[in-house]
Every structure is written in structure tokens, then in C-alpha cells.
Design a protein around this ligand. Structure first.
Ligand SMILES: [Cu+2]
Length: 164
């Protein structure tokens, strides 16, 4: 038994101990997309909507795609006048919550792209959750409008613009 198998076994045992966890461990991903990239661009932003339909909080711990060497979880924060992104260890997904990974906020960073992402491409994406385990979805490469116009989240008094 290797370490991963052992770890999964322990996880499964832990979930079985809390009576309703299995039935409620329903984490869904939808509307995954990524920005097109230009030749030579090593990284790309990717976004997806996560929903936890269960009664127990879960956490997104990581992701992977065959299109990139690895995927990082990033957040964006204002630092003075500049919007900066930084890597985070996990993205919390409270029970019953929907969390949008979207431009200007939490997102996935595809690191080490193997080829430029072209509009219309579909990339397989595997999301790894602490409790729900692996959730498979897809990223559609799509040239979407600027985030501030598309979602109300970043509106307000900040008055700063950023691109990511
Ligand atoms: Cu990023």
C-alpha cells in the first residue's frame, strides 16, 4: 500500500465516521474557462465556479491539467495601488456555498503551458478537494470581456484597474 492509497483509506474512514458525510460530499464544478495565450506565454489564468451542495465544508487543495506542467491556486489582493496575485495553499468551500474563481479574484494559474491556448480549445481539468477527492471538469478557452464589466464584484470605490 503506497502512501496515497493509505491516505485515501484514512480519509475514507474519517468520512464514514461522520454519518452523513458521504451522501453530502457533493462538490460540483461548472463553467470552467481559460484565457487564450500568445506564443511564448508560459502561464495562463483559468476560472471555474465551484459549488458545495453538501453539509460539510470542503477545500480545494489543487488542480491539474494535461495542458500545463502544474496548476497553482492564486488569489489577488490590492497592495497599495497595485493588484498583486499570490499563491494560496487552499480555497475554502463552505457548506452550501458557491465560490467563483474569476478574473480579479481567486483563480487557477496554469504554469508551464505546453502549447498556446487558443480560443475554442477544451482542456481537461482535475480539481482535487480535501473531502470530495477528485472532481473532473473542463476548461473552455474563451476570450471573455473584462471582469469588472462582466461581474459586479470588483465595482465600488477602489477605482483601480487591473488585468489578469
Ligand atoms: Cu495568478
Amino acid at each position: 500500500m503506497n502512501f496515497m492509497t493509505l491516505r485515501r483509506g484514512l480519509l475514507a474512514a474519517a468520512l464514514l465516521l461522520s454519518t452523513t458525510a458521504w451522501a453530502d460530499a457533493t462538490v460540483q464544478a461548472r463553467d470552467g474557462w481559460a484565457r487564450p495565450t500568445v506564443t511564448g506565454q508560459p502561464v495562463g489564468g483559468a476560472y471555474v465556479q465551484l459549488r458545495n451542495a453538501g453539509n460539510a465544508a470542503d477545500r480545494l487543495l489543487g488542480a491539474s491539467t494535461s495542458a500545463a506542467e502544474r496548476v497553482e491556486l492564486h488569489s489577488m489582493q490590492m497592495s497599495g495601488d497595485v493588484m498583486r496575485m499570490r499563491q494560496v495553499d487552499a480555497i475554502e468551500l463552505p457548506a452550501g456555498a458557491t465560490v467563483d474563481l474569476a478574473p480579479g479574484g481567486l483563480h487557477l494559474m496554469l504554469m508551464g503551458l505546453k502549447a498556446p491556448l487558443r480560443a475554442g480549445d477544451k482542456l481537461p481539468l482535475v480539481l482535487r478537494f480535501e473531502k470530495a477527492g477528485e472532481v473532473k471538469t473542463e476548461l473552455l478557452v474563451d476570450n471573455r470581456a473584462a471582469p469588472a464589466a462582466a461581474s459586479g464584484h470588483m465595482h465600488g470605490g477602489q477605482g483601480h484597474d487591473h488585468k489578469h
